[in-house]
Design a protein around this ligand. Sequence first.
Ligand SMILES: [Zn+2]
Ligand SMILES: [Zn+2]
Length: 424
Amino acid sequence: MIEKPKGTNDYIYPESQIRKQVINQILSFLEKFGYEPIETPIFENVELFKRSAGISSDIVAKEMYEFLDKKGRQLALRPEITAPVVRAIIQNNLINQPIIKLYYFGNIFRYEKPQKDRYRQATQFGIEFFGIDKPIADFETILIAYNIYKTIFNLEIEIHINSIGCKDCRPKYKNKIYGYFINFKDKLCSDCQRRLEENPLRILDCKNTTCKEISQDSPKSSEHLCLNCKEHFSKLSEILNSQNIPIIQNSLLVRGLDYYNRTVFEVKHNNIDLAGGGRYDYLVNHISQGKYDIPAVGFAGGLERLTNLLKEKKYINKLLEEKFKINIVSLSEKADKIISNIYSKIIDKIIKKNQNIEIHLTKFDNLSKALKTANKLKINYFIFIGEEELKNDEITIKNMETGKQEKIKIENTISKILQIIQNN
Ligand SMILES: [Zn+2]
Ligand SMILES: [Zn+2]
C-alpha cells in the first residue's frame, strides 16, 4: 500500500465540503472590496524566495522544498505567495497601474515538523494591495482580515500590531537589539545564536521558552522609530481605535520574513495565529532589482487552522446544511429513454433557477436495491418507472420522509417535480 507523504492530507467529504464553503465565503467577501483573483505557479526559481524572504529566514534556510529540474534549473515549491505575486505583477506589466488589488488562494509547501494545524502542504488565502503608502491602506487590510474572522465566522479574535520601522530607523534598532541579546548569547537557543549574527530581530520571533523570557525586556521597536514611522503608526492606531477594532500593541511582534517594514500584524484566537501580514514597501524594488518602487501591504491566512477551529466551534453544522435531494431511477431498459429525458429537463430547469438541489440519476434491476441506495443518499423524493408504470405511461413519485407515493402521467412529471421543488 502506498501512503500519502508525511505532513500532507487527503480531504474527503464532509471536510472537503467544509473547506470549499469556507474558502468560497472568504473569496466572495474579498471581491466586495474590489480585489481581483491572481494565480501563480506552485514552483518558482529558488532565487525569488532567497531574495524576498531572506536567505537566513527559517522558511528559506530550513523549510523550503528545493529541487533541480531535468535541465538543472534550481526551483522551489513556493513556501509563501507574496513574492510570486510581486514577481507576477512586474513580469505582466501591471506595475504601472496606480493601484493594484489582488487576492489569491492556493497551496504552500514547508518542510516543517508536522503537528496539529501545521502541514507540509498547506492552503493559504490572502490579499496584496499595491500603490498606497499611507496608513489608510494598512487600515483597510486589517479591517478585511478582522471582518473575515469576526463577521463571517463569528470568532473572538485579537489583532496584535507593531511597527518595525523603515530603512532609516530599523538599522539603529537592530543595533540596540544586538547590544541587548549579546549579553545573553550563551543562554539563547542554537538557532538564536545564529540569528544574533544574521538578523537579531528574529530572536523576538523564537518559540523557545528561554529566548521568549529574555526577549521580554529587550528594547522595544516602538521606542526607536523615526518621526515618519512614528506618525504612520500613531495615525493607523488612531483610525483602528476610532472604528472599534480591538488592537493590542505587541512590541515583540516582528514576523518571520525579511521584507516587512513599518506595520506588522497578526490575527489571533486564544493564542492561535490565524493570519498575519503587514507592509512591505521595499519588496517590489527588491525583486525588480531597483527598477520599480511601489509601496504595498497585505496579509495571508491559513485555511486549515480556520477550518479546524470552526469544527471545534460547531460552526460547520451551518455549512453542511442538507440539500434537497431527488433520485430519478430507471428499473428497465425500456424506461431508460423516458427517465433520461426527465432528468435532462429537470437539470435544465434547476440550473436556470440556481436552487440548492441535488439530483441523482440511477439504474437498478429491482426496486428494493434502488430504495436501499436512495436511503443511503438521504433522498427526499424518489421517482421511478417500473414495468407497471411503463404500461400505463406513468411514473411513481415517493416522498421518502412520509412514505406516501402517487402515480402520475409521464407528461405531467416535469411540472410536478418543479412544484415539489418549489414547495421545499
Ligand atoms: Zn523609520
Ligand atoms: Zn531561540
